[in-house]
Design a protein around this ligand. Structure first.
Ligand code: DAH
Length: 345
């Protein structure tokens, strides 16, 4: 009888327990060494053998039922404690509208990256590979191998950032990619190499010290100026999604012979003259030419057997033409109001 009421008291107290530690205390209070059960067992020694047996079995039943209740409750408490801590530490890794409402902005692609990706795709569809090359270069890859020896006046045409050892430099053009590209393959091949280039120049609306080019090269047995013009026209039509006025002028670059300047009519002013086209109505966009025999030799290619064309596309100007941006300095401003205007590819 006494134990039955103890059990109902225990159950009542159990209802208020919410922590594992409290549950363990409650268990000790009822069936621990100082609890009523221990008292009962202490008194049992004076009882008759039948009494002892009866009390012993009732006490045992009491103990087992309390233990069973406690372990069931223990499990419940542990689960709810785990759930509570999961809830507390929860991180929402999805970018929800509520995050955006708090003022965070979704990222986007820089317009130069957008154009670069598009042009890579155009060339990939025409069977070109896409190559990469280091920003820090040596004199050989940036100049010598491209038919620009130390005494050549063309070295002064590109104001170079030299390292203190006077042997290394920040590449002044992506033409550096030509040499490694040629050495690593056998003709026929065609590849493009996009990337940053660096020149120690005064900055103005159309000049930056860091800008982007995309080099292109195609080498084979019968590559002609006709092929060059075809690829360049296809490229421009794809990029601008409309017909663009172009003109081809002779241009001098030590690594090509003959060399050309392919200009497009300024899309900012429609040819009337503005700061981007320096008031002439035309923008130099695509210097190109037939690869010089000395350059083929640097790449381990026999100029008697093979020839090719190469070009160096200025990506920043292309971006400016495409989006109507009148100052190249916006591209590096890091201004989110500027950057966020462009649609991702
Ligand atoms: N490397 C030249 C420059 O930065 C651009 C260039 C001109 C690349 C003619 C070429 C080329 O491949 O054929 O100014």
């Amino acid at each position: 009888m006494q134990l039955e009421s103890l059990l109902s008291e225990f159950n009542k107290e159990l209802g208020t327990v919410t922590k594992v530690a409290d549950l363990l205390n409650l268990k000790a209070k009822y069936i621990g060494k100082q609890g009523p059960l221990a008292d009962l067992m202490k008194n049992i020694k004076d009882a008759s053998p039948e009494e002892k047996k009866r009390i012993g079995s009732v006490a045992n039943e009491f103990k087992t039922s309390i233990e069973a209740i406690v372990s069931k409750k223990m499990l419940e408490l542990e689960i709810s404690e785990i759930n509570a801590s999961l809830e507390k530490d929860k991180t929402d890794i999805s970018l929800t509208d509520s995050v955006l409402e708090k003022g965070l902005q979704a990222g986007g692609h820089h317009p130069v990256s957008i154009i670069q990706q598009e042009i890579e795709d155009i060339f990939i569809s025409m069977g070109f590979e896409v190559l990469d090359g280091p920003h820090i270069e040596d004199e050989y890859h940036n100049f010598e191998a491209l038919n620009i020896p130390a005494t050549h006046p063309a070295r002064d045409m590109q104001d170079t950032f030299w390292f203190a050892d006077k042997k290394h430099l920040l590449r002044t053009h992506t033409s550096t990619i030509q040499v490694r590209g040629m050495k690593e393959r056998k003709p026929p091949f065609r590849f493009v190499g996009p990337g940053k280039v660096f020149r120690c120049e005064r900055t103005d609306a159309s000049h930056e010290m860091v800008f982007h080019q995309l080099e292109g090269m195609m080498v084979g047995e019968d590559v002609s100026v006709g092929n060059l013009i075809y690829f360049m026209k296809t490229l421009l039509a794809e990029i601008f999604k409309r017909s663009v006025e172009v003109r081809l002028r002779p241009g001098f670059f030590p690594f090509v012979e003959p060399g050309f300047e392919l200009d497009i009519q300024c899309l900012i002013c429609g040819g009337k003259g503005c700061s981007v086209c320096k008031q002439v109505g035309w923008v130099e966009l695509l210097p190109c030419g037939m690869v010089h025999p000395n350059v083929l030799k640097s790449g381990g290619i026999d100029p008697e057997k093979y020839n090719g064309f190469a070009f160096g596309l200025g990506l920043d100007r292309l971006v400016m033409m495409r989006y109507g941006i009148d100052d190249i300095r916006h591209l590096h401003s890091g201004d989110l109001r500027f950057n966020s205007q462009f649609k991702s590819y």
